[in-house]
Design a protein around this ligand. Sequence first.
Ligand SMILES: NC(=O)c1ccc[n+]([C@@H]2O[C@H](COP(=O)([O-])OP(=O)(O)OC[C@H]3O[C@@H](n4cnc5c(N)ncnc54)[C@H](OP(=O)(O)O)[C@@H]3O)[C@@H](O)[C@H]2O)c1
Length: 276
Amino acid sequence: MNFVKTKGAAIPALGFGTFRMPGADTQRMVSHVLKNGYRHIDTAQIYGNEADVGEGIRQSGIARSEIFLTTKVWVENYRHDAFLASVDESLKKLKTDYVDLLLLHWPNDAVPLAEQIGALNEVAKSGRVRDIGVSNFTTALMDEAVKLSTLPVVNNQIEYHPYLDQRPVIAKAGELGMSLTAYFAMADGKVLDEPVLKEIAAARGRSIAQVVLRWIVQQGFVTLSKTVSEARAAENAAIFDFELSSEEMAMISALAKADGRIVSPEGLAPDWDKAV
Ligand SMILES: NC(=O)c1ccc[n+]([C@@H]2O[C@H](COP(=O)([O-])OP(=O)(O)OC[C@H]3O[C@@H](n4cnc5c(N)ncnc54)[C@H](OP(=O)(O)O)[C@@H]3O)[C@@H](O)[C@H]2O)c1
């Protein structure tokens, strides 16, 4: 297992995502991927499947201590008391007494960031959470979060795929010693039709999914990948036995487009950093 290490945290470089996954699929796939080598599971309060993730972990028979488990607090739970209660509820559903990483799912200024970060620190200091982080945070918000936190903010989980230039956030993460986790690596399926990726994949005897996931982990980031297929889960995990050349890495990065961002929900999306 490859890890991304920062500020005391060690995050398995490949995580299994569970967004938009119905309960029965979640239980089946979480159990399956854990039995087959995955050690990192990503869920969120808003996905509505934390209890299924917990059940999948139980069914896998893999020791909890072997698994890196992430969940995310939903924005409606950002007030201090609701925050703490929601984390207890998540732990109950996940059938565990701690999560490895707890993230603020989206920035939200209805509650002061200081209160959100204070609650994150509190649950971590109480032992319910090993490490804390954020998601969908811009460079300005990353700076703010780090300034407000007593504990290290170890991770920002962001949309990242070949069509989205994330260089500002990548540079800021480097400056702050924060790791990055990529979600939507497949650009919601769009990368699968990309001629440049087809060419690289064919030359390497790999699939496009493998090339894209490799492009992310080779940059030193964590990547998530979700699938309801056992065969695809195996395919997506086979990314640590080959290396892309610097030319191939550059060709993939050059696919970024000005309108490449896919996830930008109204009412949640911050004032995104402009691409370089
Ligand atoms: N923090 C956030 O705001 C946020 C937002 C979005 C997602 N996330 C996290 O990131 C995870 C990953 O994002 P995602 O769910 O959009 O999935 P993804 O990994 O980008 O995959 C998108 C789709 O690609 C298909 N796929 C997967 N492997 C494939 C392969 N080898 N070949 C062809 N198609 C393949 C899957 O369909 P099938 O299932 O049919 O195979 C999946 O629905 C989520 O599950 C969630 O945990 C976080």
